[in-house]
Design a protein around this ligand. Structure first.
Ligand code: UDP
Ligand code: MG
Length: 328
């Protein structure tokens, strides 16, 4: 990997790693940890719980220290600042040492009690177990609708189908994790990357709970950015649309031009064509701005990619002591 701050981690020392990206989740951590321990108690090959603290500013870091003091399974990675959830997941996948890796949110919207079912699917040979939420009842109509429209748009534009109502609650086999760790791009539209790797995938349904405590970290502006990342990372269709629109309007204006020339030649120029002029100008101007905007979205991302900055910076990495080794 080209992440300079990567601490080399021995791979496959336990059966399962649970990766949890978190930002200011102090109210949820104690209950989450208890439920995780309960749900993974029966895993024979050992479990590592990997908390990726994405620059929390509340009591989460202190709480994580406490958890680590009482449990030998806890690994804590702390970022130097808030880099975003997708980066936190990327870090978690790079550092996870399990043969299977589960990614889940810290706010208890992803019930840890589903872990045995996910492991069962993995033992049957599935590489990516995606969890599909049954309902989005806890969200406002506006957000639910926006999400739905986003998935419709992206699936129409992108070559790889990206399922709706499937979030970041997933299990990956070791080879799936290794595949994800090879993807070098800065733009981390994880849902798309997860679908892109292929392998044997399956989907399980679960009941999405309400957030236990605290509030969601997403704002509408971020969601917009997220949607743009998703579309630009997995499709160049908007560029093609811009070309087609440009071609169409050029043809239209050409036709209109001929029409006006012929009209002037036959009837002279009795009426000043002011309204037509304005309409045509506005239309062309608008289309050009739109096309430039679309280009800008891609070029901006190209420039970000070309800087090749690390995706995240790690302030501290404290691995779990993990005494159990894997059975095979
Ligand atoms: N999160 C994070 N970094 C961020 C924002 C969120 O690590 O910049 C974590 C957050 O702590 C939680 C998970 O990502 O564990 C999902 O966040 P949230 O519940 O706010 O998103 P939602 O469920 O509303 O999509
Ligand atoms: Mg949430």
């Amino acid at each position: 990997m080209n992440t300079p701050n990567r601490v080399p981690a021995p791979v496959q020392v336990c059966e399962l790693s649970v990766v949890i990206p978190l930002l200011n989740e102090e109210p949820n951590l104690p209950l989450l940890h208890r439920r995780l321990l309960g749900a993974t108690a029966g895993v024979p090959g050992g479990v590592e719980i990997l908390y990726v603290d994405d620059g929390s500013t509340d009591g989460s870091p202190a709480l994580l220290k406490q958890l680590q003091a009482t449990s030998h399974q806890v690994t804590v990675i702390r970022f130097s600042r808030n880099f975003g959830k997708e980066q936190a997941i990327t870090a978690g996948l790079q550092f996870a040492r399990g043969q299977a890796v589960i990614v889940m949110d810290a706010d208890l919207q992803h019930p840890p009690e589903m872990i045995p079912a996910m492991l069962a699917a993995w033992r049957e040979g599935t590489d990516v177990v995606s969890m599909r939420r049954r309902d989005r009842y806890d969200e406002t109509w506006l957000r639910r609708n926006a999400a739905h429209q986003f998935y419709r748009a992206i699936n129409r534009l992108s070559d790889i189908p990206i399922p709706e109502n499937v979030g970041d609650f997933r299990l990956f086999s070791r080879r799936a994790v290794d595949a994800l760790n090879q993807l070098p791009e800065r733009n981390r539209f994880m849902k798309g990357l997860f679908a892109w790797i292929g392998y044997r995938q399956c989907t399980l349904d679960y009941d999405h709970s309400e957030r236990a405590g605290g509030c969601s970290k997403w704002r509408f502006r971020q969601l917009w950015r997220f949607a743009m990342e998703g579309i630009t990372a997995f499709s160049i269709a908007p560029l093609k649309i811009a070309t087609k629109l440009g071609l169409l309007s050029a043809m239209l204006s050409f036709g209109l031009g001929i029409y006006f020339i012929v009209q002037t030649l036959i009837y002279g120029d009795p009426v000043p064509g002011f309204p037509t002029l304005i309409v045509v100008m506005l239309m062309l101007g608008g289309l050009q701005l739109l096309a430039i905007g679309v280009l800008g979205e891609y070029i901006g991302r190209l420039s970000l990619e070309s800087k090749r900055r690390p995706l995240f910076l790690i302030e501290s990495y404290e691995p779990a002591s993990l005494t159990v080794t894997a059975p095979h």
